[in-house]
Write a protein that binds this ligand. Structure first.
Ligand code: COA
Length: 202
């Protein structure tokens, strides 16, 4: 069960080999705002419709970083040669009746997609979420994000709901939103399969 004050038990930064290069994974810090804003600018608008609020708005990034400082969001940053190439967020509410549930968000720089970084960060978030005492993670994305859905299904997420016409882009086009979830309490048993057996308590 999650405590009121959520803390990560996982040691960061961590260095990973990926696609013949070295990627550093670290906790995103409240002072990383400029890097986050620059990173988000590179994302196609359609790829950020899954986030409840428009992250291209500076105030939304400010609120995100404030939530990191408060401990209600835990975010990871992946960097290559100092450049932010991917980030994640686990959104929690320790005072809600769903305090055992985290919403997972993952964003990979377009030029880094298809190289395994999304899988690496999602697995890293499994370990992080377990360290935070969470039991379930869910993700949401527009139903036409077939490749994103494939990534999460490959990692054990299953479709749980479709919310019709739930998001509207700047042009006024509406999209259905898919909700996929994963009972991460079962994830520990899978860690060996995914090669992250040392994931907890390190
Ligand atoms: C979804 C996203 C995070 C995936 O990241 P990624 O780094 O491209 O994914 P990976 O390279 O780790 O792919 C992992 C697996 O997913 C599957 N996959 C990836 N791209 C795929 C595609 N276009 N079609 C089908 N399957 C695909 C493959 O099984 C792949 O395994 P492989 O490496 O053995 O081929 C990334 O595309 C992204 O940031 N999208 C925009 C934001 C978004 O929609 N986020 C999801 C909502 S939280």
């Amino acid at each position: 069960m999650m405590n009121d004050t959520t803390t990560s038990t996982r040691a960061y930064p961590r260095t990973q080999r990926l696609a013949n290069t070295t990627v550093e994974v670290d906790l995103l810090k409240p002072e990383d705002g400029a890097a986050v804003a620059g990173f988000i600018q590179k994302l196609p608008t359609h790829d950020i419709l899954f986030v409840r609020r428009d992250v291209t708005h500076p105030k939304v990034v400010t609120a995100w970083l404030a939530s990191i400082a408060e401990g209600t969001i835990t975010s990871l940053a992946a960097r290559s040669n100092g450049e932010l190439i991917g980030c994640t967020a686990i959104v929690t509410d320790p005072r809600s009746w769903s305090r055992h549930v985290g919403e997972l968000r993952v964003m990979i720089s377009p030029d880094w997609r298809g190289r395994g970084l999304g899988r690496l960060l999602i697995q890293e978030c499994f370990a992080l979420a377990l360290g935070l005492g969470l039991e379930k993670l869910y993700v949401q994305m527009t139903v036409d994000q077939r490749s994103a859905i494939a990534v999460f299904e490959e990692l054990g997420f299953r479709a749980e709901a479709v919310l019709r016409d739930h998001v509207k882009d700047r042009d006024g086009t509406t999209y259905d939103l898919a909700v996929l979830s994963h009972n991460i309490a079962e994830v520990q048993a899978r860690f060996e399969v995914y090669g992250v057996a040392d994931a907890l308590g390190t």
